[in-house]
Design a protein around this ligand. Structure first.
Ligand code: NAD
Ligand code: TYD
Length: 353
C-alpha cells in the first residue's frame, strides 16, 4: 500500500480518488482535518476497503511510527501542508509547525521505518514530497520560466516554509540515503478546491452575487495546472522518477489573474446567466493588493516530459470549463465547506481589503 498525507485536502483527495480509479493498491490516508481537510471529498470511497482514513498530524511521531509499522507502505506521497499564502501572512505560526516541524517529524519517522526494511524493500521505497513553484520566488515579465535549477527565493511565509521542507527532504536523501523525489507544481485548479483560492472563490462569489475581489491591478501571472493532470504527473514521478531528483509540473497555461476572472465570468454568463441579464463581470472589484505579492510564476515543464514522458492532457479552456461545470453541479459540497470558520476567514480577509 501507499501512505498519502493530506489526502482530505484539495489535491490530496483528487489524488486518492484518481489512484483508486486507476489501481487496486490500497491507500492509507493520514490527514489532520484542518479547516482545509474535508472528508466529504472522499464520500465516493465510503465502504471501499482499499481506502483507510486516519485523522492524525504529520508532526505526531508516535502515531506515525505505529502506523508505518502496522501498514508497511512501499511509498509515501506527502501533500500535508498549510497551503494558503494569505493565511500565512495573517498567521505564519501554523505554517512553521506543519510545513517545517511536521515535515521534519515525518521524515524522521519515515527514516526509522525505512532503515529497518529488508534490502529489496528499502531499495524500492519512495518518499515523494509535493512542493510548489512558489519556492523559486517571482519572475520578471520577460524572464524564462522556472527550471529545476532555479535558485530558491521564497517571498511569503508560506513559500519560505515550503522551501524549508524541501531543503530537509533533500538533506535526508543526501545524508541518510532516503529515496526521495520532489515535485514543484504550479497553481492547481479543479474539483474540490477550497473556495479561499482564486478560482473557486470567484465562482462561488459570482453565483452568490458577491464582489469578485481582484488584488491590485490583477496583472499578476500564474501558470494553471488542472488538478487531475497534476495527479497523473505525481503517479508518473512515483513510478519512474530518479531518487534525489526534482521535477517541475506545469500546465503551460500562463495567465494574468484578471484574464482568469474574465474567463470564469464568460463561462458563467453562458452556463448560468444572471437573472438581470448583465454579465458577472459587473461584480469585479479591485481591492488592496497582497503584501509582497509575487508578480509572476511560470513553470518550465520540459524535464518531466523529456525524462518521464509526461505532459498535461488539459488546456486551460477545457480544464476551466470542467471546473465551472463541477461547481455548478456540486452546490451541496460548496455549502458544506462554507462553515462558520470559512465565513470568519472571508470577513477577516476581505472586509478590510
Ligand atoms: P489544502 O490546504 O487543500 O490541503 C492540505 C491538507 O493537509 C488538508 O486536508 C489538511 O487537513 C491537511 N493537513 C494540514 N496540516 C496537516 C498536518 N499537520 N498533518 C496532517 N495533515 C495536515 O492544500 P492543497 O492545495 O491540496 O495542497 C497540497 C500540497 O500541494 C501542499 O503541500 C501544497 O503546498 C502543495 N501545492 C499546492 C498548490 C495548489 O495550487 N493548491 C500548488 C503548489 C503546491
Ligand atoms: P491563490 O489562489 O491564493 O494562489 P497563490 O497565491 O498561491 O498563487 O491566488 C492566485 C492569484 O490570485 C494570486 O496572484 C493572488 C490572486 N487573488 C486575487 O486577486 N483575489 C483573491 O481573492 C485571491 C484569493 C487571490
Amino acid at each position: 500500500m501507499i501512505l498519502v498525507t493530506g489526502g482530505a485536502g484539495f489535491i490530496g483527495a483528487n489524488f486518492v480518488l484518481d489512484w483508486l480509479a486507476t489501481s487496486d493498491e490500497p491507500v492509507l490516508n493520514l490527514d489532520k482535518l484542518t479547516y482545509a481537510g474535508n472528508l466529504h471529498n472522499l464520500d465516493s470511497l465510503q465502504g471501499d476497503p482499499r481506502h483507510v482514513f486516519v485523522q492524525a498530524d504529520i508532526g505526531d511521531s508516535a502515531t506515525l511510527a505505529r502506523l508505518l509499522a502496522e501498514h508497511q507502505p512501499r511509498a509515501i506521497v506527502n501533500f500535508a501542508a498549510e497551503s494558503h499564502v494569505d493565511r500565512s501572512i495573517h498567521g505564519p505560526e501554523d505554517f512553521i509547525q506543519t510545513n517545517v516541524v511536521g515535515t521534519f517529524r515525518l521524515l524522521e519517522a519515515v527514516r526509522q521505518y525505512w532503515s529497518g526494511l529488508p534490502a529489496i524493500k528499502k531499495e524500492a521505497f519512495r518518499f515523494l514530497h509535493v512542493s510548489t513553484d512558489e519556492v523559486y520566488g517571482t519572475l520578471h515579465a520577460d524572464a524564462p520560466a522556472f527550471t529545476e535549477v532555479h535558485p530558491y527565493e521564497p517571498n511569503s511565509p508560506y513559500s519560505a516554509s515550503k522551501a524549508a521542507s524541501d531543503h530537509m527532504v533533500r538533506a535526508w536523501h543526501h545524508t541518510y540515503g532516503l529515496p526521495v523525489l520532489t515535485t514543484h507544481c504550479s497553481n492547481n485548479y479543479g474539483p474540490y478546491h477550497f473556495p479561499e483560492k482564486l478560482i473557486p472563490l470567484m465562482i462561488v462569489n459570482a453565483l452568490a452575487g458577491k464582489p469578485l475581489p481582484v488584488y491590485g491591478d490583477g496583472l499578476q501571472v500564474r501558470d494553471w495546472l488542472y488538478v487531475k493532470d497534476h495527479c497523473s504527473a505525481i503517479r508518473r514521478v512515483l513510478e519512474a522518477g530518479q531518487t534525489g531528483q526534482t521535477y517541475n509540473i506545469g500546465g503551460w497555461n500562463e495567465k494574468p489573474n484578471i484574464d482568469i476572472v474574465h474567463t470564469i465570468c464568460a463561462l458563467l454568463d453562458e452556463l448560468r446567466p444572471r437573472a438581470d441579464g448583465q454579465s458577472y463581470r459587473a461584480q469585479i472589484t479591485h481591492v488592496k493588493d497582497r503584501p509582497g505579492h509575487d508578480r509572476r510564476y511560470a513553470i518550465d515543464a520540459r524535464k518531466i516530459e523529456r525524462e518521464l514522458g509526461w505532459k498535461p492532457a488539459e488546456t486551460f479552456d477545457t480544464g476551466i470549463r470542467k471546473t465551472v461545470q463541477w461547481y455548478l453541479a456540486n452546490a451541496d459540497w460548496v455549502a458544506s465547506v462554507q462553515t462558520g470558520a470559512y465565513r470568519d476567514w472571508v470577513s477577516k480577509q476581505y472586509e478590510t481589503a
